[in-house]
Design a protein around this ligand. Structure first.
Ligand SMILES: [Zn+2]
Length: 494
C-alpha cells in the first residue's frame, strides 16, 4: 500500500510510462486472449494487439457502450462476453514464449494443481456488483480475487486521499445491496484499518436505527448518499442530538452541488460539528472502484484523484468521438489496465465533465495523479430520463435538482409533472412540492423559487405547494425505497 504514496507524486512522464507498459501487457496477455468480446472486436477491425503500445494507440479501438452489455450481434451473451475466460488452449495460443516458459517452470517445481489453483484465483469470478438500472436493465460486473484486491487498494487510496487518520470511526449509511458504493466503503475500512459500521441504510435499519447507531459510535466520519444522509442528520437534530464528533462527510452515488454541501455543513454545524469537510466521490460499476476529492473548503473542489496504474481516462467529444485535450469539456471514457473478471476498454461512461481532466499537481494535496473535474453530469440521464418536454419546452430536469438542493430553506422536495385534470389531451402541469426548514414567510420562498426556476428552465411552475415535513418524506419514499423519488412524471407514457 506504500506504493500509492510513491505513485501519487511521480512526474507526469513517469506516470505515462507506467500506463503505456500496463496497457500493452493487459491487452496482450489478458484482454485479447481471454475476452470473447474484445478478441472478436479486434479481429473484426483488424487491430493487432501487439501494436497497442501507448495511450495514444487507444484511438484505433472502437468505443464500448452501455448497449454492448445487452445481448446483440457482436456480443451474443451480453455482459458475459466481457468476462475474461482463459483455458489451456487459449493460454497456449496467445501467451508469449517467456510467459509460457515461466508457467511451465512453475508446473515443474510446484505441480499441476498448484498452477491450476493460481490461475483459478486470478481469473475465476467470486463476487459481483451491478448497475442500478435507472436507464437500462441492471448489468452485472464480476470480480475475481485479483479484482477484490484492487477494490481493497482503491479503498485504501480513497481514505488516504481523504486524509483519514488511523483511529477514526465511521458510520456508512449506503444502502446494503450488490452496489459498488456500499462494498467500496466496506473494503476501504477493512484495508485502511479503520472502524466502519455499515448500517445498510434506511431500508435495513430505519432512520431511527441509523440515528441510534450514530449515537453509539460517535463517528468522526459519516458516509452515504447525500439525500439520505441529510435526512438522517435532520431527523437527529429534531431529536436534539449533537454531532460534535463529526469532522468529515463523504458523499457518493450522485453529483453534489456546492449549495447542497453548504446546506449540509450548516445543519451539522448547528448540531456542534464545527469544521466539517464535505467530500465528494465518483465511481461506476464498470470500473469496479471509486475516486475521491481531497479535503478542501466547501466552495472549492480538488476534482477526483484517479489511479494511473489501474486505468486510463480519455475525454472525448460526445458527438464526433474525437479525443479532447487537457482541461477541455467532454464525455469521460474509461479503459481498465489491471482488471480481471469483467473488463472494458474505451468504455463511454455517458458522463459529461466540465473542465475534463487535468494532469497538473493538485493545489491542495500536491499529488500528481490525473484528476477528473467534479463538475459531472450524467448524459445517460439527460438523454433517457432527465430531459423532458414540459409545456412544449425541452427541460433539463437536473436544473431542478441544482436549484432546490442548494436552496437553504428547502428541506425536501419533489417535482410532479402531470396532465391538467389528468386528461391526456390537456396541457402539462408542473408542480413543485416541498417542506421548509422553518415556518416563516412561505410567500418569499415561493417567489424566489419561481423566478430561479424560470431563469434556469424557461418555464414557471403551475403551483408550489408547501407540505409538512412528514408528508414530504412519504412523498419522496425516503424510508421505503433505496432511491429517493425526486421526480414524479404522472403523464401517460407515449
Ligand atoms: Zn488533492
Amino acid at each position: 500500500m506504500d506504493y500509492w504514496n510513491k505513485l501519487s507524486f511521480l512526474p507526469r512522464e513517469d506516470l505515462r510510462k507506467i500506463q503505456n507498459k500496463k496497457l500493452h501487457d493487459f491487452v496482450n496477455n489478458h484482454l485479447y486472449p481471454f475476452s470473447p468480446y474484445y478478441r472478436t472486436l479486434f479481429d473484426r477491425y483488424n487491430i493487432n494487439p501487439r501494436r497497442i503500445k501507448t495511450v495514444e494507440d487507444l484511438k484505433v479501438i472502437p468505443f464500448t457502450r452501455k448497449e454492448d452489455f445487452l445481448p446483440h450481434g457482436a456480443s451474443p451473451h451480453g455482459f458475459m462476453d466481457f468476462i475474461l475466460q482463459p483455458d489451456k488452449a487459449l493460454i497456449k495460443k496467445y501467451w508469449p514464449k517467456d510467459r509460457l516458459f515461466k508457467l511451465g517452470l512453475l508446473k515443474l517445481l510446484k505441480g499441476d494443481s498448484y498452477v491450476k489453483a493460481r490461475l483459478d484465483k486470478e481469473y475465476r469470478p467470486i463476487f459481483l456488483t451491478a448497475t442500478t438500472g435507472t436507464t437500462h436493465d441492471p448489468v452485472s460486473f464480476l470480480y475475481t480475487d485479483h479484482d477484490i484486491n484492487n477494490l481493497r487498494i482503491s479503498g485504501y487510496r480513497l481514505l488516504e486521499v481523504f486524509k483519514a487518520k488511523s483511529q477514526i470511526r465511521a458510520v456508512n449509511l449506503f444502502p446494503y445491496a450488490p452496489h459498488l458504493a456500499f462494498w467500496q466503503t466496506v473494503f476501504a475500512g477493512l484495508t485502511h484499518d479503520n472502524f466502519v459500521l455499515s448500517t445498510g441504510g434506511g431500508k435495513v435499519m430505519g432512520t431511527h436505527g441509523n440515528i441510534e447507531a450514530i449515537k453509539k459510535v460517535n463517528p468522526d466520519v459519516l458516509i452515504g448518499v447525500p439525500s439520505y444522509l441529510y435526512h438522517v442528520a435532520r431527523s437527529a437534530k429534531e431529536m436534539k442530538m449533537r454531532m460534535d464528533s463529526v469532522q468529515k462527510v463523504i458523499l457518493g452515488a450522485v453529483a453534489v452541488p456546492v449549495g447542497f454541501k453548504e446546506k449540509l455543513a450548516s445543519l451539522l454545524k448547528s448540531m456542534g460539528a464545527k469544521h466539517v469537510r464535505i467530500i465528494g466521490t465518483y465511481g461506476f460499476t464498470e470500473a469496479k472502484c471509486a475516486w475521491g476529492e481531497c479535503p478542501t473548503p466547501i466552495k472549492l473542489s480538488s476534482g477526483y484523484h484517479t489511479y494511473p496504474d489501474k486505468e486510463i481516462f480519455e475525454i472525448i467529444d460526445p458527438d464526433t468521438g474525437e479525443v479532447k485535450g487537457e482541461g477541455e469539456d467532454g464525455e469521460l471514457v474509461y479503459t481498465a489496465i489491471d482488471s480481471r473478471g469483467s473488463c472494458v476498454l474505451r468504455y463511454r461512461t455517458g458522463d459529461l465533465v466540465k473542465g475534463g481532466i487535468t494532469y497538473r499537481k493538485c493545489p491542495y494535496c500536491k499529488r500528481t495523479v490525473p484528476r477528473i473535474s467534479s463538475q459531472i453530469s450524467r448524459v445517460s440521464n439527460i438523454k433517457n430520463l432527465m430531459v423532458s418536454k414540459i409545456k412544449g419546452t425541452l427541460v433539463n430536469l437536473n436544473m431542478f435538482s441544482e436549484i432546490l438542493e442548494s436552496e437553504k430553506r428547502v428541506d425536501e422536495w419533489q417535482i410532479e409533472i402531470r396532465k391538467k385534470d389528468n386528461d391526456p389531451y390537456e396541457i402539462d402541469e408542473l408542480i413543485v412540492y416541498m417542506s421548509l426548514a422553518d415556518g416563516k414567510d412561505h410567500q418569499a420562498v415561493k417567489e424566489n423559487l419561481n423566478s430561479r426556476v424560470q431563469a434556469a428552465t424557461e418555464i414557471i411552475p403551475n403551483k408550489i405547494i408547501i407540505l409538512p415535513h412528514k408528508e414530504m418524506l412519504e412523498r419522496v419514499e425516503m424510508e421505503t425505497s433505496s432511491k429517493v423519488k425526486r421526480i414524479s412524471d404522472l403523464r401517460p407514457k407515449s
